[in-house]
Design a protein around this ligand. Structure first.
Ligand code: SF4
Ligand code: FES
Length: 376
Protein backbone atom coordinates (compact mmCIF):
# COMPACT_ATOMS: atom_id res chain seq x y z
CA UNK A 1 0.00 0.00 0.00
CA UNK A 2 2.95 2.33 0.58
CA UNK A 3 4.72 1.80 -2.76
CA UNK A 4 5.17 5.05 -4.70
CA UNK A 5 2.26 5.75 -7.04
CA UNK A 6 2.96 6.40 -10.69
CA UNK A 7 1.16 9.67 -11.50
CA UNK A 8 0.18 9.85 -15.19
CA UNK A 9 0.64 13.44 -16.38
CA UNK A 10 -2.59 13.48 -18.41
CA UNK A 11 -4.85 12.50 -15.48
CA UNK A 12 -6.23 15.45 -13.49
CA UNK A 13 -6.32 15.34 -9.70
CA UNK A 14 -9.76 14.76 -8.17
CA UNK A 15 -11.42 17.73 -6.47
CA UNK A 16 -14.16 16.01 -4.48
CA UNK A 17 -14.79 12.82 -2.55
CA UNK A 18 -18.22 11.51 -1.59
CA UNK A 19 -17.87 9.42 1.56
CA UNK A 20 -20.84 7.11 2.03
CA UNK A 21 -20.16 6.62 5.73
CA UNK A 22 -23.03 4.16 6.12
CA UNK A 23 -26.00 2.82 4.19
CA UNK A 24 -28.12 2.87 7.37
CA UNK A 25 -30.90 5.45 7.14
CA UNK A 26 -34.24 5.88 8.89
CA UNK A 27 -35.88 7.15 5.68
CA UNK A 28 -36.91 4.99 2.75
CA UNK A 29 -36.96 7.41 -0.22
CA UNK A 30 -37.92 5.42 -3.33
CA UNK A 31 -35.35 7.32 -5.49
CA UNK A 32 -32.36 6.78 -3.18
CA UNK A 33 -29.02 6.77 -5.01
CA UNK A 34 -27.68 3.93 -2.85
CA UNK A 35 -27.39 0.54 -4.57
CA UNK A 36 -30.17 -2.05 -4.28
CA UNK A 37 -27.75 -4.29 -2.42
CA UNK A 38 -26.50 -2.12 0.43
CA UNK A 39 -23.54 -2.60 2.75
CA UNK A 40 -24.51 -3.97 6.17
CA UNK A 41 -23.38 -2.25 9.37
CA UNK A 42 -20.97 -5.13 10.07
CA UNK A 43 -19.05 -4.45 6.84
CA UNK A 44 -18.61 -0.69 7.44
CA UNK A 45 -15.09 0.79 7.61
CA UNK A 46 -13.95 1.62 11.12
CA UNK A 47 -13.09 5.12 12.29
CA UNK A 48 -9.32 4.80 11.85
CA UNK A 49 -9.67 3.67 8.24
CA UNK A 50 -11.92 6.61 7.41
CA UNK A 51 -9.44 9.00 9.03
CA UNK A 52 -6.62 7.51 6.94
CA UNK A 53 -8.72 7.93 3.76
CA UNK A 54 -9.31 11.60 4.53
CA UNK A 55 -5.60 12.19 5.15
CA UNK A 56 -4.83 10.52 1.82
CA UNK A 57 -7.55 12.58 0.14
CA UNK A 58 -5.95 15.81 1.34
CA UNK A 59 -2.53 14.63 0.08
CA UNK A 60 -4.09 13.76 -3.28
CA UNK A 61 -5.28 17.37 -3.67
CA UNK A 62 -8.96 16.81 -2.92
CA UNK A 63 -10.66 19.96 -1.62
CA UNK A 64 -14.26 18.97 -0.83
CA UNK A 65 -15.45 16.05 1.27
CA UNK A 66 -19.14 15.25 1.07
CA UNK A 67 -20.14 13.22 4.12
CA UNK A 68 -23.11 11.21 3.00
CA UNK A 69 -24.88 7.88 3.39
CA UNK A 70 -27.50 6.56 3.99
CA UNK A 71 -27.72 8.94 6.88
CA UNK A 72 -24.23 9.99 7.99
CA UNK A 73 -25.56 11.02 11.42
CA UNK A 74 -26.14 7.29 12.05
CA UNK A 75 -22.36 7.03 12.56
CA UNK A 76 -21.39 7.64 16.19
CA UNK A 77 -17.94 8.85 15.06
CA UNK A 78 -19.28 11.62 12.80
CA UNK A 79 -17.91 14.43 14.99
CA UNK A 80 -14.48 12.77 15.15
CA UNK A 81 -14.47 12.37 11.36
CA UNK A 82 -15.38 16.03 10.82
CA UNK A 83 -12.68 17.18 13.27
CA UNK A 84 -10.06 15.13 11.41
CA UNK A 85 -11.12 16.49 8.00
CA UNK A 86 -10.83 20.04 9.39
CA UNK A 87 -7.39 19.23 10.82
CA UNK A 88 -6.04 18.07 7.43
CA UNK A 89 -7.52 21.11 5.66
CA UNK A 90 -10.55 19.61 3.90
CA UNK A 91 -13.82 21.50 3.33
CA UNK A 92 -16.64 19.36 4.76
CA UNK A 93 -20.21 19.21 3.55
CA UNK A 94 -22.71 17.12 5.51
CA UNK A 95 -25.45 15.66 3.30
CA UNK A 96 -28.23 14.67 5.66
CA UNK A 97 -31.90 13.74 5.96
CA UNK A 98 -31.80 15.61 9.27
CA UNK A 99 -33.12 12.61 11.21
CA UNK A 100 -30.75 11.86 14.08
CA UNK A 101 -29.29 15.35 14.09
CA UNK A 102 -30.13 16.84 17.48
CA UNK A 103 -29.42 20.47 18.35
CA UNK A 104 -26.59 19.31 20.57
CA UNK A 105 -25.04 17.25 17.77
CA UNK A 106 -25.25 20.25 15.42
CA UNK A 107 -23.36 22.31 18.02
CA UNK A 108 -20.70 19.58 18.34
CA UNK A 109 -20.28 19.45 14.57
CA UNK A 110 -19.87 23.21 14.54
CA UNK A 111 -17.13 23.03 17.18
CA UNK A 112 -15.46 20.21 15.21
CA UNK A 113 -15.17 22.50 12.17
CA UNK A 114 -17.96 21.36 9.83
CA UNK A 115 -18.27 23.86 6.96
CA UNK A 116 -21.64 23.30 5.30
CA UNK A 117 -24.92 21.39 5.62
CA UNK A 118 -27.08 20.04 2.83
CA UNK A 119 -30.56 18.99 4.02
CA UNK A 120 -33.00 16.98 1.91
CA UNK A 121 -36.70 17.80 1.72
CA UNK A 122 -39.21 15.48 0.06
CA UNK A 123 -42.07 17.92 -0.56
CA UNK A 124 -43.43 21.31 0.50
CA UNK A 125 -46.40 19.61 2.23
CA UNK A 126 -46.05 17.51 5.37
CA UNK A 127 -48.34 14.60 4.51
CA UNK A 128 -46.85 14.02 1.08
CA UNK A 129 -43.30 14.63 2.36
CA UNK A 130 -43.71 11.95 5.01
CA UNK A 131 -45.22 9.51 2.53
CA UNK A 132 -42.34 9.96 0.06
CA UNK A 133 -39.78 9.59 2.84
CA UNK A 134 -41.62 6.55 4.25
CA UNK A 135 -41.29 8.08 7.72
CA UNK A 136 -43.98 9.73 9.78
CA UNK A 137 -42.92 13.07 11.22
CA UNK A 138 -39.95 13.52 8.87
CA UNK A 139 -41.23 16.83 7.48
CA UNK A 140 -41.67 18.43 10.92
CA UNK A 141 -38.29 17.13 12.07
CA UNK A 142 -36.56 18.64 9.05
CA UNK A 143 -37.97 22.05 9.86
CA UNK A 144 -36.45 21.83 13.36
CA UNK A 145 -33.12 20.69 12.00
CA UNK A 146 -33.02 23.55 9.50
CA UNK A 147 -33.62 25.92 12.42
CA UNK A 148 -30.75 24.54 14.50
CA UNK A 149 -28.42 24.40 11.48
CA UNK A 150 -28.94 28.04 10.54
CA UNK A 151 -28.90 29.14 14.21
CA UNK A 152 -25.47 27.51 14.52
CA UNK A 153 -24.33 29.71 11.62
CA UNK A 154 -23.92 27.01 8.97
CA UNK A 155 -24.60 27.88 5.35
CA UNK A 156 -27.55 25.66 4.40
CA UNK A 157 -28.35 24.08 1.05
CA UNK A 158 -31.70 22.34 0.57
CA UNK A 159 -31.89 19.33 -1.75
CA UNK A 160 -35.23 18.83 -3.47
CA UNK A 161 -35.70 15.80 -5.68
CA UNK A 162 -38.56 16.22 -8.15
CA UNK A 163 -40.79 13.39 -9.38
CA UNK A 164 -44.40 12.57 -10.10
CA UNK A 165 -45.71 13.04 -6.55
CA UNK A 166 -44.30 16.57 -6.08
CA UNK A 167 -43.70 17.88 -9.62
CA UNK A 168 -46.61 20.30 -9.29
CA UNK A 169 -44.94 21.82 -6.19
CA UNK A 170 -41.39 22.32 -7.51
CA UNK A 171 -41.78 26.09 -7.07
CA UNK A 172 -43.29 25.66 -3.59
CA UNK A 173 -40.23 23.60 -2.61
CA UNK A 174 -37.95 26.45 -3.66
CA UNK A 175 -40.04 28.83 -1.54
CA UNK A 176 -39.85 26.41 1.40
CA UNK A 177 -36.05 26.35 1.05
CA UNK A 178 -36.04 30.16 1.34
CA UNK A 179 -38.32 29.98 4.39
CA UNK A 180 -35.94 27.45 5.99
CA UNK A 181 -33.08 29.93 5.62
CA UNK A 182 -31.20 28.15 2.82
CA UNK A 183 -28.76 30.15 0.72
CA UNK A 184 -28.83 27.56 -2.03
CA UNK A 185 -31.36 25.01 -3.27
CA UNK A 186 -30.57 22.09 -5.52
CA UNK A 187 -33.66 21.18 -7.53
CA UNK A 188 -32.91 17.88 -9.21
CA UNK A 189 -35.32 15.83 -11.26
CA UNK A 190 -34.95 12.14 -10.38
CA UNK A 191 -32.17 10.21 -12.07
CA UNK A 192 -33.28 6.67 -12.87
CA UNK A 193 -30.65 4.32 -11.46
CA UNK A 194 -30.90 1.83 -8.60
CA UNK A 195 -33.97 2.41 -6.42
CA UNK A 196 -35.31 5.08 -8.74
CA UNK A 197 -35.13 2.67 -11.68
CA UNK A 198 -37.07 0.10 -9.64
CA UNK A 199 -39.67 2.79 -8.89
CA UNK A 200 -39.56 4.49 -12.27
CA UNK A 201 -43.24 3.93 -13.16
CA UNK A 202 -44.19 5.54 -9.83
CA UNK A 203 -41.75 8.44 -10.15
CA UNK A 204 -41.56 9.53 -13.79
CA UNK A 205 -43.79 12.56 -14.37
CA UNK A 206 -45.60 13.13 -17.67
CA UNK A 207 -43.57 15.31 -20.04
CA UNK A 208 -45.94 18.30 -19.83
CA UNK A 209 -45.73 18.37 -16.03
CA UNK A 210 -41.95 18.09 -16.03
CA UNK A 211 -41.71 20.96 -18.52
CA UNK A 212 -44.06 23.08 -16.42
CA UNK A 213 -41.90 22.49 -13.36
CA UNK A 214 -38.72 23.42 -15.24
CA UNK A 215 -40.30 26.68 -16.41
CA UNK A 216 -41.58 27.47 -12.90
CA UNK A 217 -38.17 26.95 -11.28
CA UNK A 218 -36.40 28.97 -14.00
CA UNK A 219 -38.82 31.87 -13.40
CA UNK A 220 -38.09 31.72 -9.67
CA UNK A 221 -34.36 31.83 -10.38
CA UNK A 222 -34.81 35.33 -11.83
CA UNK A 223 -37.31 36.38 -9.15
CA UNK A 224 -35.11 35.33 -6.21
CA UNK A 225 -31.73 36.38 -7.61
CA UNK A 226 -29.63 37.56 -4.67
CA UNK A 227 -31.91 35.74 -2.18
CA UNK A 228 -31.14 32.13 -3.00
CA UNK A 229 -28.98 30.36 -5.56
CA UNK A 230 -30.98 27.79 -7.52
CA UNK A 231 -29.06 24.85 -8.99
CA UNK A 232 -31.35 23.08 -11.38
CA UNK A 233 -30.77 19.59 -12.75
CA UNK A 234 -33.35 19.27 -15.51
CA UNK A 235 -35.17 16.00 -16.25
CA UNK A 236 -32.91 13.62 -18.08
CA UNK A 237 -35.54 11.67 -19.96
CA UNK A 238 -36.98 14.83 -21.46
CA UNK A 239 -33.65 16.34 -22.54
CA UNK A 240 -32.10 16.77 -26.01
CA UNK A 241 -28.47 16.23 -24.95
CA UNK A 242 -27.28 14.32 -21.88
CA UNK A 243 -25.50 15.89 -18.92
CA UNK A 244 -21.77 15.34 -18.37
CA UNK A 245 -22.40 12.82 -15.63
CA UNK A 246 -19.93 13.27 -12.74
CA UNK A 247 -18.26 15.93 -14.92
CA UNK A 248 -16.89 13.00 -16.96
CA UNK A 249 -15.89 9.53 -15.70
CA UNK A 250 -12.95 9.66 -13.26
CA UNK A 251 -12.18 13.30 -14.05
CA UNK A 252 -13.20 15.14 -10.86
CA UNK A 253 -14.64 13.00 -8.09
CA UNK A 254 -14.69 9.59 -6.43
CA UNK A 255 -17.10 7.76 -4.15
CA UNK A 256 -16.14 5.54 -1.24
CA UNK A 257 -18.81 3.04 -0.15
CA UNK A 258 -19.40 2.16 3.52
CA UNK A 259 -17.41 -1.06 3.03
CA UNK A 260 -14.51 0.78 1.34
CA UNK A 261 -14.97 0.09 -2.37
CA UNK A 262 -13.98 3.13 -4.42
CA UNK A 263 -16.24 3.97 -7.35
CA UNK A 264 -16.13 6.60 -10.10
CA UNK A 265 -19.86 7.26 -9.50
CA UNK A 266 -22.57 6.01 -7.11
CA UNK A 267 -24.13 3.63 -9.66
CA UNK A 268 -20.89 2.25 -11.15
CA UNK A 269 -21.49 -1.18 -9.64
CA UNK A 270 -24.43 -1.63 -12.04
CA UNK A 271 -21.90 -1.96 -14.87
CA UNK A 272 -20.83 -5.60 -15.09
CA UNK A 273 -17.17 -6.51 -15.48
CA UNK A 274 -15.64 -3.47 -13.77
CA UNK A 275 -13.01 -4.15 -11.10
CA UNK A 276 -13.32 -1.88 -8.05
CA UNK A 277 -10.45 -1.60 -5.62
CA UNK A 278 -10.95 -1.24 -1.89
CA UNK A 279 -9.28 1.25 0.46
CA UNK A 280 -8.56 -1.64 2.81
CA UNK A 281 -5.98 -2.90 0.28
CA UNK A 282 -4.99 0.13 -1.80
CA UNK A 283 -3.98 3.74 -1.27
CA UNK A 284 -6.51 6.29 -2.56
CA UNK A 285 -4.01 7.78 -5.04
CA UNK A 286 -3.27 4.34 -6.46
CA UNK A 287 -6.98 3.73 -6.95
CA UNK A 288 -7.53 7.10 -8.62
CA UNK A 289 -4.63 6.84 -11.05
CA UNK A 290 -4.35 3.15 -11.83
CA UNK A 291 -7.34 1.03 -10.76
CA UNK A 292 -9.19 -0.72 -13.63
CA UNK A 293 -12.63 0.80 -12.93
CA UNK A 294 -11.26 4.35 -13.02
CA UNK A 295 -9.35 3.70 -16.25
CA UNK A 296 -12.33 2.04 -17.98
CA UNK A 297 -14.05 5.17 -19.32
CA UNK A 298 -11.54 7.92 -18.61
CA UNK A 299 -10.97 10.30 -21.53
CA UNK A 300 -12.60 9.63 -24.90
CA UNK A 301 -10.66 6.67 -26.39
CA UNK A 302 -13.27 4.11 -25.32
CA UNK A 303 -16.12 5.85 -27.14
CA UNK A 304 -18.19 4.29 -29.92
CA UNK A 305 -20.03 6.21 -32.63
CA UNK A 306 -21.80 8.63 -32.65
CA UNK A 307 -19.83 10.01 -29.66
CA UNK A 308 -16.40 9.19 -31.12
CA UNK A 309 -16.73 11.75 -33.91
CA UNK A 310 -19.10 14.15 -32.13
CA UNK A 311 -18.01 17.77 -31.44
CA UNK A 312 -19.61 17.54 -27.97
CA UNK A 313 -17.57 14.56 -26.80
CA UNK A 314 -15.39 16.70 -24.51
CA UNK A 315 -18.46 18.64 -23.34
CA UNK A 316 -20.71 15.86 -22.06
CA UNK A 317 -18.31 12.88 -22.33
CA UNK A 318 -21.08 10.82 -23.91
CA UNK A 319 -23.43 11.39 -20.96
CA UNK A 320 -23.91 8.77 -18.27
CA UNK A 321 -22.24 5.35 -18.52
CA UNK A 322 -24.66 3.80 -16.03
CA UNK A 323 -27.67 5.02 -18.00
CA UNK A 324 -26.13 3.73 -21.25
CA UNK A 325 -25.67 0.35 -19.54
CA UNK A 326 -29.18 0.28 -18.10
CA UNK A 327 -30.97 1.22 -21.30
CA UNK A 328 -28.76 -0.21 -24.08
CA UNK A 329 -26.84 -3.04 -22.39
CA UNK A 330 -23.42 -1.54 -23.25
CA UNK A 331 -21.85 1.19 -21.11
CA UNK A 332 -19.72 2.39 -24.06
CA UNK A 333 -22.77 3.54 -25.99
CA UNK A 334 -23.88 7.16 -26.06
CA UNK A 335 -26.28 7.92 -23.23
CA UNK A 336 -29.62 7.19 -24.98
CA UNK A 337 -31.01 10.44 -23.59
CA UNK A 338 -29.01 12.03 -26.43
CA UNK A 339 -31.19 12.58 -29.51
CA UNK A 340 -28.23 11.42 -31.66
CA UNK A 341 -28.14 8.00 -29.98
CA UNK A 342 -29.49 5.13 -32.12
CA UNK A 343 -31.26 3.97 -28.94
CA UNK A 344 -32.99 7.27 -28.23
CA UNK A 345 -36.40 5.81 -29.12
CA UNK A 346 -36.10 3.57 -26.02
CA UNK A 347 -36.23 6.66 -23.81
CA UNK A 348 -39.26 7.94 -25.69
CA UNK A 349 -40.95 4.54 -25.28
CA UNK A 350 -40.24 4.44 -21.52
CA UNK A 351 -41.70 7.92 -21.04
CA UNK A 352 -44.90 6.93 -22.88
CA UNK A 353 -45.27 3.58 -21.10
CA UNK A 354 -44.40 4.69 -17.57
CA UNK A 355 -46.58 7.78 -17.62
CA UNK A 356 -49.60 6.14 -19.32
CA UNK A 357 -51.35 4.90 -16.15
CA UNK A 358 -53.43 7.51 -14.39
CA UNK A 359 -52.56 6.30 -10.88
CA UNK A 360 -48.89 5.74 -10.05
CA UNK A 361 -48.02 2.32 -8.59
CA UNK A 362 -47.00 2.02 -4.92
CA UNK A 363 -43.39 2.74 -3.98
CA UNK A 364 -40.85 0.07 -3.22
CA UNK A 365 -39.23 1.87 -0.27
CA UNK A 366 -35.49 1.68 0.13
CA UNK A 367 -34.91 -0.38 3.27
CA UNK A 368 -31.74 -1.83 4.76
CA UNK A 369 -33.47 -2.79 7.99
CA UNK A 370 -36.69 -2.16 9.88
CA UNK A 371 -37.09 1.49 10.84
CA UNK A 372 -38.78 2.95 13.92
CA UNK A 373 -41.75 4.69 12.36
CA UNK A 374 -42.52 3.58 8.80
CA UNK A 375 -45.57 5.07 7.11
CA UNK A 376 -48.01 2.33 6.09
FE1 SF4 B 1 -22.77 13.70 -26.30
FE2 SF4 B 1 -22.32 11.40 -27.63
FE3 SF4 B 1 -24.66 12.72 -27.94
FE4 SF4 B 1 -22.38 13.72 -28.94
S1 SF4 B 1 -23.41 11.82 -29.55
S2 SF4 B 1 -23.96 14.87 -27.84
S3 SF4 B 1 -20.87 13.12 -27.34
S4 SF4 B 1 -23.88 11.74 -26.04
FE1 FES C 1 -22.58 6.36 -13.27
FE2 FES C 1 -23.65 8.48 -14.50
S1 FES C 1 -24.29 7.52 -12.63
S2 FES C 1 -21.77 7.51 -14.93
Amino acid sequence: MNAPVHVPVHVPRPVGLLAELTHRCPLGCPYCSNPLEMDARTSELDTQTWLRIFSEAAELGIIHIHLSGGEPASRRDLVEIVAHCAKVGLYTNLITSGIGLSEERVAELSRAGLDHVQLSIQDSEAESGDRIAGYEGAFARKREVARSVTAAGFPLTVNAVIHRANVSRAGAMVKLAIELGAKRVEVAHTQYYGWAKTNRAALLPPRAEAERAVAEVEALRAQYKGVIVIDHVIPDYHAHFPKACMGGWARRTLNVTPAGRVLPCHAAETIPGLEFWNVREHALADIWYTSPAFQAFRGTEWMLEPCRSCPRKEVDFGGCRCQAMALTGDARNADPVCHLSPYHDRVEAIVSEDTAAEAAPDYVYRRLQRTPAPVA
